[in-house]
Design a binder for this molecule. Structure first.
Ligand code: NDP
Ligand code: DGY
Length: 340
């Protein structure tokens, strides 16, 4: 069987694939994201794809991966017509990520392809990074570093920010990562922890979490943290209407996906002082063009999507993604299969 890995994979994952004797591995020998044209070319006739969140796996990619057979040309009206919708080769898509918003799951399901992803093992690293981003943003750390380099120093309110002690924190999406963030915030002396989402979480009691409507979360929180997935429902959810409900001393943090935020609206509320500051580990697009207006603001800290970027976490993700891929190819139990 043939597999295509769309980006250089940490060695420990690659070794599992190459030593398996199950598949022939072709890997993009670059750290750059593939263009769509390259992706379409490289997946031709493969049985499995190991991809990153930047690879949009849509029907064009699935078609390109599916080797044409006579069956593909059967009219839909024949008894076997349904088989036209199958990718005869492609059996498995393994995500080097927990997020799967880059996959067209409707098309994938129609073609009977299995999907694996990497939940849990990246939760701690992403929660740590989100706390780091929150503190860097609220205490103006990147700005402070620049001040030192310029030799600047000021008065008693110079470079002041906002502290966590006694504050109200609102988490949108108290899932694996949201909960891990809440746990890490407790020792900081947060007074109230609010969360919103589709369902009440039993685990929230462990962090004294209060389930509230999104509007209440926006209006009552000193810190808003977004950790929900990107879905049709959450796309553009943090927009002008949402930001206008926030306190003008509030700090907004996003470590989920860039498209959950309307960035034009975010620029407006940050530049007009409607909210105090924002920290973004994720943007739309990634990387953000270097002339993007958000990058001109001192009250906006933007990181290059490094939530899970510790050596051990990325290694563990590679191992899990490789094991998922092999299981999908062999039709056996997958360590972390996505049900959809
Ligand atoms: P989980 O599925 O465990 O948690 C997601 C949570 O979001 C669930 O509690 C879910 O609640 C909630 N949710 C779903 N829909 C909505 C909605 N409409 N409004 C509010 N909340 C909602 O996922 P993880 O915690 O493991 O990961 C979350 C996301 O973080 C990933 O999808 C990915 O996009 C992003 N991520 C980013 C990383 C980075 O590097 N910055 C690293 C890893 C992940 P319910 O169960 O009620 O639906
Ligand atoms: C994920 O896992 O969804 C991250 O965004 C990539 O590390």
């Amino acid at each position: 069987m043939k597999v295509f890995v769309t980006k250089r994979l940490p060695q420990e994952g690659l070794e599992i694939l190459t030593a398996s004797g199950v598949c022939e591995v072709s890997m993009c020998d670059s750290d750059d994201t593939l263009t769509k044209a390259e992706l379409l070319k490289r997946v031709d006739g493969v049985d499995g794809i190991l991809c990153v969140p930047y690879d949009i796996i849509d029907s064009a990619v699935l078609d390109a991966a599916g080797k044409k057979t006579k069956m593909d040309f059967l009219p839909r009206t024949t008894a076997l017509g349904g088989l036209r919708d199958k990718s005869p080769n492609l059996k498995m898509i393994s995500c080097f990520s927990v997020g799967f918003d880059h996959l067209d799951l409707v098309e994938i399901k129609k073609r009977g392809i299995r999907v694996g992803h990497t939940p849990d093992i990246l939760t701690d690293a992403t929660a740590e990074l989100t706390i780091a981003l929150l503190l860097a943003t609220s205490r103006r750390i990147p700005e402070g570093v620049e001040m030192v380099k310029k030799g600047e120093h000021g008065g008693s309110l110079w470079m002041c920010g906002y502290g966590l002690t006694g504050s109200t924190v609102g988490i949108i999406g108290l899932g694996r990562i949201g909960f891990a963030i809440a746990q890490r915030l407790m020792p900081f002396g947060v007074k109230r922890l609010l969360y919103s989402g589709r369902t009440v979480k039993a685990q929230a009691a462990e962090v004294n979490g209060e389930f509230v409507p999104l509007d209440t979360l926006a209006s009552d929180s000193d810190f808003v943290i977004v950790t929900c997935p990107l879905t049709p429902e959450t796309q553009g959810m943090c927009d002008k209407a949402f930001f206008s409900k926030m306190k003008n001393t509030a700090v907004f943090i996003n470590s989920s996906r860039g498209a959950v935020v309307n960035q034009e609206d975010l620029y407006e509320v940050l530049s007009s002082g409607k909210i105090a500051a924002a920290g973004l580990d994720v943007t739309s697009p990634e990387p953000l063009p270097t002339n993007h207006p958000l990058l001109t603001l001192t009250n906006c800290v933007v990181l290059p999507h490094i939530g899970s970027a510790t050596f051990s976490t990325r290694g563990a993700m590679a191992v899990l993604a490789a094991r998922n891929l092999l299981a999908g190819l062999q039709g056996t139990h997958m360590p972390s299969e996505l049900s959809f």
